[in-house]
Design a protein around this ligand. Structure first.
Ligand code: FAD
Ligand code: MLT
Ligand code: ZN
Length: 460
């Protein structure tokens, strides 16, 4: 530990676990973007709120920047440490601290993986409904810091809806207890919401109290094949009118081809340009409504084929066709757009965006999928093997500028659910006004006056 700053940290906090081996710096310094070269100062692995506070006090005194770190499954570079920062990983803070049957809340340390929270809720006969493919690795702290969405937002909303309270160690090292699980509280600003989607720029979330809800009904999964993009929102409207949807997700034939290239059987004899995975209760009435919606769409030429799960394992196979996309594309290190508009603005936005991307990306493979029921599209651009990464990113940045203008015209957001991080920083002003960004900077200056919390993320 040659660096004198680390010696001073070790002296100030002799019990703190620190990692400095090159393999660790590499491992903890990157997220799923894989675009930046990791170069953190060291990795700190606190085991208590007090240790987190002491680290923040030390970082202020020594002018060392901190990158809060969860599962590093983020897709915007928020957890990247490429400039000598101290990564503060919460991987030793994973305990379930309590369950309250009356309040229906679960209190956890923020480093706990999402899947462990889902399991703990089930053990109490309840459900924590935020869900997505990174569940095994992403953490509640990371979910809060990005306001993660996922595959059930159409039914249950984003992470924000499920945070009854949280504890934040601010950039000043103070511990704030926010929300305190009150259902009603009209006593001024709700500071809890400042921490949600703050991407580690205001402080470190150390604990959270999560709302739980009734377990979901037994469900069926239906895979629909669609002939056109235009049909998508009409099919959504037809199904939503008749059913309480648990999910409504879409993917293109390109996305399906990448998943199937990793293994598995094509769902239909023929290929179709677009697919929808939808889920709804499996009771008799819901099934009848789903079939009626399907038949009405078939008659109008909005769907071309469909299959409904006959067992849990078939439902899982159908879900894999949607949930396996991110992993199947990872080897291309894709450039990701994660955009949203109001659901009502989706048809016009889709038409304009399709046209833009077809003309601007004639040589790149573009893979579309996403949470279409929430107005959230994921557009993944794949780097050709023979193109240098820098040139590829530069071209994608050029087109993203144009996309940001289209989004602005339709009142949309440049980041629906992954966060701004490093990837989308240049486009923040397409979604937020200068006045809003100035307020955000002001809030940061109060909670993190020395600018030590995740500098360079979200804004400079
Ligand atoms: P990290 O990547 O470690 O960090 C993300 C951000 O949060 C960083 O800015 C970091 O500094 C900050 N942070 C982390 N922990 C804390 C803390 N305790 N306090 C303060 N700040 C903190 N996202 C979706 O929204 N919906 C999806 O459907 C979805 N699907 C995915 C599927 C796959 C296969 C993968 C790899 C990712 C997916 N993601 C999705 C993105 C990612 O999983 C989420 O953004 C997740 O919330 C990140 O959690 P994490 O613990 O990995 O956070
Ligand atoms: C998803 O919806 O699968 C995730 O947000 C991940 C991604 O966009 O790759
Ligand atoms: Zn998503």
């Amino acid at each position: 530990m040659a660096d004198p700053r680390l010696q001073s940290l070790a002296t100030a906090l002799p019990a703190l676990r620190l990692k400095t081996a090159p393999a660790d710096l590499e491992h903890y310094g990157r997220d799923w973007t894989r675009r930046w070269t990791p170069a953190p100062l060291a990795i700190a692995l606190p085991a208590s709120v007090e240790e987190v506070q002491a680290i923040v006090h030390w970082a202020n005194a020594n002018a060392v920047a901190i990158v809060p770190s969860g599962g590093r499954t983020g897709l915007s570079g928020g957890a990247v440490a490429a400039n000598g920062e101290l990564v503060v990983s919460l991987e030793r803070m994973t305990k379930v601290l309590g369950f309250d049957a009356v309040d229906r809340t679960l209190t956890v340390e923020a480093g706990i993986p999402l899947q462990r929270v889902q399991e703990a809720a089930r053990e109490h006969g309840l459900q924590y409904p935020v869900d997505f493919a990174a569940r095994g690795s992403c953490t509640i702290g990371g979910n809060i810091a990005t306001n993660a969405g996922g595959i059930r937002v159409v039914r249950y909303g984003n992470t924000r809806e499920w945070i009854a309270g949280l504890k934040l160690v601010t950039g000043r090292g103070e511990l704030l207890e926010l929300g305190r699980s009150l259902v009603k509280n009209s006593s001024g600003y709700d500071l809890r919401h400042l921490a949600i989607a703050s991407e580690g720029t205001l402080g470190i979330v150390v604990e959270a109290t999560l709302r739980l809800t009734e377990p979901p009904p037994p469900t069926n999964v239906m895979l629909l094949a669609l002939p056109s993009f235009d049909a998508l929102m009409q099919v959504f409207a037809a199904f939503r009118q008749r059913l309480q949807l648990q999910a409504f997700e879409f993917l293109t034939d390109r996305a399906l081809a990448h998943v199937l290239a990793q293994g598995g059987q094509p769902p239909f004899a023929e290929t179709h340009p677009f697919y929808v995975v939808t889920e709804f209760a499996s009771d008799e009435a819901s099934e009848a409504e789903a079939l009626a919606a399907f038949e009405a769409c078939l008659e109008q030429g909005l769907v071309a084929d469909g299959v409904i799960s006959q067992s849990d394992s078939q439902a899982a196979q159908l879900w894999h066709l949607r949930e396996g996309i991110t992993e199947s594309l990872a080897r291309y290190v894709p450039y990701k757009n994660d955009v949203s508009v109001r659901i009502s603005a989706m048809p016009a936005f889709l038409a304009e965006t399709q046209e833009l991307l077809a003309s601007e990306y004639p040589h790149f493979e573009v893979v579309w999928f996403g949470h279409i029921g929430d107005g959230n599209l994921h557009i993944n651009i794949l780097k050709p093997d023979d193109m240098a990464q820098d040139a590829f990113v530069a071209d994608c940045e050029r087109v993203t500028k144009l996309l940001a203008q289209v989004l602005k015209a339709h009142g949309g957001s440049i980041s629906a659910e992954h966060g701004i991080g490093l990837v989308k920083k240049p486009y923040l002003s397409s979604t937020r006004s200068e006045a809003e960004i100035a307020v955000m900077r002001g809030i940061k200056a109060v909670l993190d006056p020395n600018g030590i919390m995740n500098p360079g993320k979200l804004f400079d």
